[in-house]
Design a protein around this ligand. Structure first.
Ligand SMILES: [Zn+2]
Length: 257
């Protein structure tokens, strides 16, 4: 079928105009997530509702933003097998003085190709009380195979694995390890956090020379920055000149203003 010349020009013009229309149409902005005034009000109220942080304490990640947090007592992955009393949010609180020393240690670890991972920092007294209550129940051995396979639960208290008071409650103690900056993997320390047994001693004979070197790397930099270790737990360090050497705090682990 032959299209008349006038009709052909008209069709061409129409096609051109419609193409121009769709091409030049101003793109609609992507729908932005805009908080409704009510939500904004709630958020502001929520921030205002937060209690002020206890004097002399700070959020560990405010001081060391790239620290990895794996707050074990906020999870089931600990020797008790449940979230521990007093851990209301998976954050790490620490005294400002300890945070400042830890920051310097963290900077040194960075230069060597590592970042720090925190398992625990400030621990409220009510969490320690929870451990003590747990230790008195011989029937509750849910996590025995992972954390204390060779220890009778009844001896956990006398062996010192659980005590009525913890240095952590004074706010200047951390449980930590190292993570390789390149691979993102935890450094092999030859034993895991909170394992009740000889292998947790820093200089245990049950680990390889390389694993011992890794533990010593962690320990030496922490010691050089003002912390002291304990022999029985390669992951545990306390600030030498801690600001509250005789105070066992009990405020919960959570976000503060
Ligand atoms: Zn510890």
């Amino acid at each position: 079928m032959k299209i008349p010349k006038k009709q052909y020009i008209f069709i061409c013009l129409l096609t051109l105009l419609s193409t121009l229309f769709f091409t030049c149409r101003k793109p609609q902005p992507a729908q932005q997530e805009r908080l409704s005034p009510d939500t904004e009000k709630q958020t502001t109220l929520k921030e205002a509702d937060l209690e002020p942080l206890p004097d002399g304490f700070c959020l560990l990640t405010d001081s060391i933003p790239d620290a990895i947090l794996e707050i074990r007592y906020y999870s089931d992955n600990n020797f008790v097998g449940t979230c521990i009393d007093g851990y209301e949010e998976p954050v790490a609180l620490i005294t400002q003085k300890a945070a400042s020393a830890l920051r310097k240690a963290s900077d040194e670890f960075h230069k060597k190709g590592y970042r720090i991972k925190i398992y625990d920092a400030y621990r409220p007294q009510r969490a320690v009380d929870h451990f003590v209550q747990w230790s008195k129940d011989p029937a509750d051995t849910a996590m025995k195979s992972v954390f204390y396979p060779h220890i009778q639960k009844t001896t956990i208290f006398s062996r010192g694995y659980v005590a009525r008071k913890s240095k952590h409650s004074r706010g200047s103690t951390v449980d930590m390890t190292l993570v390789d900056l390149k691979t993102g993997k935890e450094v092999d320390m030859g034993g895991s956090f909170d394992y009740f047994g000889d292998i947790s001693r820093t200089k245990s004979e049950s680990i390889t020379a390389e694993q011992r070197q890794n533990r010593l790397l962690l320990r030496n930099i922490m010691v050089a920055n003002g912390f002291y270790p304990v022999q029985g737990e390669w992951w545990h360090f306390t600030l030498c000149n801690e600001p509250y050497p005789n105070t066992y705090f009990d405020f919960p682990v959570k976000m503060y203003r």
